[in-house]
Write a protein that binds this ligand. Structure first.
Ligand code: IDP
Ligand code: MG
Length: 151
C-alpha cells in the first residue's frame, strides 16, 4: 500500500527559477521515497505524448513549446497515496486557485507557467513513468526512514 508511485516533474520555468531544490525538498521532507530522477531537455514529440490527453485544447501548442523550451527535472516518488497527496502538494492547476502552502500556491502566478506536473491517477502515473523512465532507472532501495514514516 505504501508502494504507490507518482510521476512528478519540475517544468522548465521551475528549473530556470532555481526551484528544483525547493520542490523536490517538499516531497523529501513529506516522507515520500525518491525512486528515480533525471534532468533532461525533451523534444516536442516526447512532450506531445506526455500531454496526449490535451491535444484538442487550444493551449496545447503553446504548452508543448513551453515544455520543450528548457530542461525539466523528472522524478518518481513512492509512498502511501503518493498520487493523490502529490496533487494536493502541487495545488490547483491554476495558481490563482491554489491554496497557500501548496507549491503552486506559494511559488507561481499563471496557469501557463505553473512550474510543476504531477500525475492525476495511478493509471496515468504508470503511463507517465513508462514514458519517462526505463525499468532499470527505477531504483530498488529501502529508505531507513520507512519505519518512522509508517506505523
Ligand atoms: P495539471 O497540470 O494540473 O494536471 P492539466 O489540466 O492536465 O493540469 O493541464 C496540463 C498543463 O497544461 C497545466 O499544468 C498547465 O501548464 C497547462 N494548462 C492548463 N490549462 C491551461 C490554460 O488554460 N492555459 C495555458 N496553459 C494551460
Ligand atoms: Mg494533468
Amino acid at each position: 500500500m505504501s508502494d504507490e508511485r507518482t510521476f512528478i516533474m519540475i517544468k522548465p520555468d521551475g528549473v530556470q527559477r532555481g526551484l528544483i531544490g525547493e520542490i523536490l525538498g517538499r516531497f523529501e521532507r513529506k516522507g515520500f521515497k525518491l525512486v528515480a530522477m533525471k534532468f533532461q531537455q525533451s523534444d516536442v514529440a516526447h512532450l506531445e505524448k506526455h500531454y496526449d490527453d490535451l491535444k484538442a485544447r487550444p493551449f496545447f501548442p503553446g504548452l508543448v513549446k513551453y515544455m520543450a523550451s528548457g530542461p525539466v527535472c523528472a522524478m518518481v516518488w513512492e509512498g502511501l497515496n503518493a498520487v493523490k497527496t502529490g496533487r494536493v502538494m502541487l495545488g490547483a492547476t491554476n495558481p490563482a486557485d491554489s491554496a497557500p502552502g501548496t507549491i503552486r500556491g506559494d511559488l507561481c502566478i499563471q496557469v501557463g507557467r505553473n512550474i510543476c506536473h504531477g500525475s492525476d491517477s495511478v493509471e496515468s502515473a504508470n503511463k507517465e513513468i513508462d514514458l519517462w523512465f526505463k525499468k532499470e532507472e527505477l531504483v530498488n532501495w529501502t529508505s531507513t526512514q520507512k519505519s518512522w514514516v509508517y506505523e
